[in-house]
Design a protein around this ligand. Sequence first.
Ligand SMILES: [Zn+2]
Ligand SMILES: [Zn+2]
Length: 956
Amino acid sequence: MEANKHIQKYFEEIEEETNRCYEIAEGARKKGYDPEEKVEIVLAKNLAERAIGLISTVAPEINESGEEIVKRIAELEEEYGNQDWRVALKISEEITKEQYCKFSDKKKAIEVGIRFGIAYITVGVVASPLEGFTKLELKKRRDGKEYFSLYFSGPIRSAGGTGASVSVVIADYIRKVMGYDEYDPDENEIKRVSTELRDYHERVTNLQYFPSEEEIHFMVEKLPVQIDGDPSEKYEVSNYKDLDRIETNIIRNGVCLVIGEGLCQKAPKVWKQLDKWGKDFELKHWDFLEGFLSLQKKIKAKGDVKGEKQNITPDYTFIKDLVAGRPVLSHPLAKGGLRLRYGRTRMSGFSSTALHPATMFVLENYIAAGTQLKVERPGKATVVGVCDSIEGPIVKLNSGNVVYLGNEEIAEKYVKDIEEVLFLGDVLVNYGDFFNRAHKLVKPGYCEEWWLLEFEKKIQKKGIVELKEEYGINTELLKKLFKGDLDISGEDAVDLSKKLKLNLHPKYTYHWTEIGKDGLISLYKWIMNGSINKEENKIKKIILPFNVVSVDEPDPKRVLELLGVPHLVISNEHVVIEDDDASALVYSLCLDNEKFDLDDVVKAKQENVLELLCKNIKLKDKSGIFIGSRMGRPEKAKMRKLTGSPHVLFPVGDEGGRLRCFQSAMEKGKIRGEFPYYICQNCKGETIFPICSRCDGKTKRIYHCLDCNLDMDNKCSKLKRINGNEEEHNCRLYKTQEIDINNYFQTIARKLKLTHYPELIKGVRGTSNEDHSPENLAKGILRAMEDVYVNKDGTVRYDMTEMAITHFKPKEIGTSAEKLKKLGYEKDVNGGELLDDNQIIELMPQDIILPACDESPDEGADEVLFRVSKFIDSLLERFYGLDNYYSLEKKEDLVGHLILGMSPHTSAGILGRIIGFSKLQGFLAHPLFHSIMRRDCDGDEACVVLLMDALLNFSR
Ligand SMILES: [Zn+2]
Ligand SMILES: [Zn+2]
């Protein structure tokens, strides 16, 4: 891999420490106390190794020639490039042709080949090669020849649209090289697919891309393979049922995802590749994609003719699945909702967005950093962070005052007096999130960065002196602007607009599109009835009468509110607009022009207020687009507990009582359940553990045949006859036994040298793994002592909402600059030497920041993982008889230690390093880290496990 020295060293250090952990864990496992004598997590350094690890769970045959495959992939990558689809095609072909190992039959070989190709293109971390592509069926064409029918299901989602499409290409390539024929769909089968996609889109869930009927028709007709799937929904398709080559009438999500979000949506991407090299890979027949794309272009163009505006329509999807207690912030496109602003902070992007801190105050912190919002666009959901350089909310207070809440202090001051939130403020959305969702870019409201571009264009690289001479602009103001400080006064904003013929600065641009012409006229009349106070020829105040009685016209005070113009109500007699806003409003309304005549406005043809005002001055639309949103789920950070909060995966049976605890079982003296059955080679005693609990001797695991009702050394070879068929005897590696729990417990307590242990140690009702191997009781006792809980796989997990971060300050993560230097952070983001806790540093890709929030009712990751480290150390010392590994004195000592990050639906843990703790209730990691967990930051959660915990205790 190519990387600069500094990063190279970083990866080497992580690798070295990982290897050290493996060595220790291998040593512990070798002692034989665990069901497996080796660490059950395979270290995969690269994609090829991960793909083999993944596929071997369904086809262990490929393990035999794992090294050979890894080598071959490296060769292919040398030839075609890393992660090139052609690598997947070639390796799939070679596996299918049984060049590395033999399979039980040809169909299995083809399936494994396809799965391996999918694993390669999905970088070997998601379950889609196993669960997304469920099976291959060889079906008959009308002429009797065989074609490929590929079965897909929901988990293909985790491969992404492109991954799903390439899966089909791989399968078709295998079809071609193995000499099978093309699928010959008939009209009904084609219409079934288009009907099914529409039903799915309308009744089940929105597809990211919903292709037109013509597109689907074209695609399915030309596809050389059939896309099929298992029934997945509650509903039947509305039409085209009972077809002979489609077994189910129920909607199949796999088909909808692969055709809609896959092939139709990603056709441009697929064609871009196949156009280049398709013919070299016998994929010339995919030329139909070219025709598909021109069809797609034509259809999209037709949609555009109807007008630009038409594409942005309210989308109610985010409200449809409303849950009690999860408030709606604003309806689709509703005025005053979150205003779209493009951009990214160091803590947003990759589907996460940011709100102004004052917006969070106004929402009474119901929405905090880490909260998931369900949004109208561009995606379905987002997790929010904070950004203080976007617009905050505008609110109306009980007094009638309207104030702009520009920072937290002001928001805190007024939050109790808010009568109405007029504008919620901005939501900062990364451009890439629109691109990624294939959402049309929508026009945002006028904002500072836009204004700045116009300003730059206007001044054409002229300097301060020139600008002063040419336009008479104040030098101090120019200096400020050249420094990038756009927070200017109302008077300056007006001045710049006049002199440079520039749009009025966004801070002083009001929401003119939110009022009607009658409102505007009413406002004019009101202001003309009031007085505009000036001092030294500068506008200081607009004073207006509070009571306006006019039944026919809109209430002008309300008009000011809807415009978002800050103003005060003075002793219920006057409404006062001060300084900056007074200047800006007078200018916007052209009231500083002696020639202004209200009659011109009244008589004007235009109804649009912004257009009316723009006849005199330069103004832009401030509102842009408002995004509807509701709360999705609150931020989350806590230790994961299974039902019943067990400390150990050891069955306590009915004897465990309501609490499923050992204390109850011990009172009863026994546990009846399914346990493995071992005989000690040394003392000939019986035990349920692989090492004799009496004499520490080696044991032999004994089979039990239910049909013979006998224990035996080897698997029973007898056969039985059922309905005329011969079947093997039901012979298993466990049997129902009654064990003396007191005896086991005391022996183990003695081994651990414990004189007393926790009062409540909880087990599980029954073990769920295939051979009913329980964890050793010792693990439960030691976990209970540290108050940590076990998960299905034997590890202690800490769950958190995923949040993106690319840069941090030492003080934000509670780790000193000095310590960070030891971890390899030598420079700040600008290349300066790291000296103090306020410098901004770029995060390295495998480093993570975990939550430690005192105010949360749930324990922070620091508390939990610290106790896990204690548990691991006593496990190593007391149980395995080895040296401890962590020896932490305080929670902060966790910094520098390794973890595995895991998201649901993935099959691989991603190695990470803790570099600090923050008050945010989220899993803060580099977008690359989330990405390799195959996730974005839209509000879902992932977990961390201490590496040593995973290596010692993880079991399938
Ligand atoms: Zn023994
Ligand atoms: Zn038998």
